[in-house]
Design a binder for this molecule. Sequence first.
Ligand code: G6P
Ligand code: ZN
Length: 544
Amino acid sequence: MNIHTIVTQPFAGQKPGTSGLRKPTQIFQQRNYLENFIQAIFQTLPERDGATLVLGGDGRFYNRPAIQIILKMCAANGLGKVLVGQGGILSTPAASCLIRKYQAIGGIILSASHNPGGPDGDFGVKFNTSNGGPAPEKVTTAIYEFTQIIQSYQILEANDINLDKLGTTQLGMMQVEVMDSVDDYAQLMQELFDFDRLRKLLTNGQFRLCFDAMHAVTGPYAQRILEHTLGAPVGTVIHGVPLEDFGGGHPDPNLVYAHELVEILFQDAGPNFGAASDGDGDRNMILGRNFFVSPSDSLALLTAYAHLVPGYRQGLAGVARSMPTSQAVDRVAKKLGINCYETPTGWKFFGNLLDASKVTLCGEESFGTGSNHVREKDGLWAVLFWLNILAVTEKSVAELVTNHWREYGRNYYSRHDYEGVDSGRANQMIQKLRAKLATLPHQKLGNYTVQYADDFSYQDPIDGSVSEQQGIRIGFTDGSRLIYRLSGTGTQGATVRVYMEQYEPEGNKQGLDAQVALAELIQIADQVAGLRETTGMERPTVIT
Ligand code: G6P
Ligand code: ZN
C-alpha cells in the first residue's frame, strides 16, 4: 500500500460557518486546500480506525474530484468502509439517514447548499457526527484550530473509484461501497407517511402537483418517490436532472429564485400544490394555488396537524424553532401542552434536543423544516408531510392556512436581506445596535413600545453550553419583534438580515400582504439601525 504523507501549510479562514466550510470553488481547488480541511476533520475522529463513514454531495461542480480525493484520504487514515452515493450524489437528509442507519461515525457532505455552483460559484464541505447531524460548535472549533497548525496530511496513491457502478470495491485496506442514493431514504419516507393515501391523491386526476428540483440534488429523490412510487404523472418534477452548475440558477427555494415555479402556481388554472428544494435537498418552499406559505407558518401547521400523519400519530414530544422564526408555532405548542424551544440560527442547535427526545419537529424561517427521523432539515419530507395533510383533510393549501390563522391568529412575518454589504460596515452597525440596547426599553417607536432589547444568548438545556451574540432582538409590548443578524452562510462580504414579525388576532385583518401589514415595523427597522445608510442600498436585495 502506498500511503503518502504530504507536507502542507495552514490556510487562513478555514472556519466552518452556520453550515460547514463554504468558499468560492476556486479557493477549494487550490493545492492542499480541501486536503487540509479533511485531515482536520479526521483529527476530531480518534475512533475512526476500521469505522464507517458516509460520503456524498449535491452534484455541483468539483463534487466528483473532491470525492476521489476524500476517498483516498479515508483509506490512508484508517477508515474501514466508506458508503458513497451513486455518482457521488447524496442529499443532506439522505446522508443523515445513512449515517444513522448504518451506524457510521459521521459523514462528509459536499455542498454549499443554496449557493450557486460551478467554477465561478461556491463549493462547501459539511461534517456530520454519528447522530447524523451537523457537527456541534465544539467539533467545528476543534477542526478549525487544527487547520491553523496543520503540517501534513495522509493520502493513498491509487486509481479513482468508479462512482457510477453500484457495489463494493477495495481501496487499500478500506472498502468503498457505492450505494443507490435514494433507496434507504425512500424507505424511511414510506415508514413515516401514508403512501396509500398519497397515491390516491396523486392519481385521482383532480389534484395536480409541481415539484421544482432546481437542477439540484432532489431531482432523483423526487422522481423516484413522487412519480415512480406514488404515481404522479411524469413531468410532475421539473428541473429534475442534477447539473454541475444547477443550470446557471441559484438553487434557493424562495419567491425570488424559484420564480418559474411561482409563475406556474400563481395562475387560476395552476396546480393545487407546488414545492421546491435547494441545492442539497434540505430546504423547502411550499405553495398552494395563488398562495405562498411562509416557512414559519408551515412549521406551525405541521405541528397542528401532525396527528394525521402515521409517523407522528403518537404525539409530539415538543417542538423547536430558531430565534428569528416567527412565534406562530409557539401558539400551537401551547394549545397542545408541549414545550417549544427557541434556539439560535443553525440546524446544529436542534441536535441535542432531538437526541434527548425533547422535541419531535423543528423548523427555521430560512425554509427549513424537519423532525427526529434524521438530524437535518429535510425538504422532500416536508413536501410529503404537507401532501399527507392535504390528502386527509381534503382541503386546499390556502384553506388550511387561513383556517389556521383564524384559529390561532396570524403572525405576519418577513425577512429582508441586504447582500454583499461591506463586512466592516455591517459589523459596525451591529456593534452600534448592541451599544444602544440598554436605552431602548420603554421607548416609543411610532405606534410601538419597546418591551425588551437584547443580544440573544442560548444555553443548551442538554449540555449546558452557551452561545452568545446570536442576534439583536427588539421586542415590543404587543408581541411584535424586530431582529437583526449577520448571515453565517455567505461567501462574499456580509449579508445583513432583518426579521419583522407582528401578531394579528383578528380574522378580518389577516388578509393583507405581509409587506403592507409590516410597513411601519419596516420603517422602524431602518430608523433604529440605519440600514439604508450602512448598506448604501435603498431597499433589500431579497425579501422573503
Ligand atoms: C443554513 C443552515 C440553517 C440556517 C440557514 C441560514 O441553511 O442549515 O440552519 O438557518 O443556513 O443561515 P444564515 O446564517 O445565513 O442566516
Ligand atoms: Zn441546503
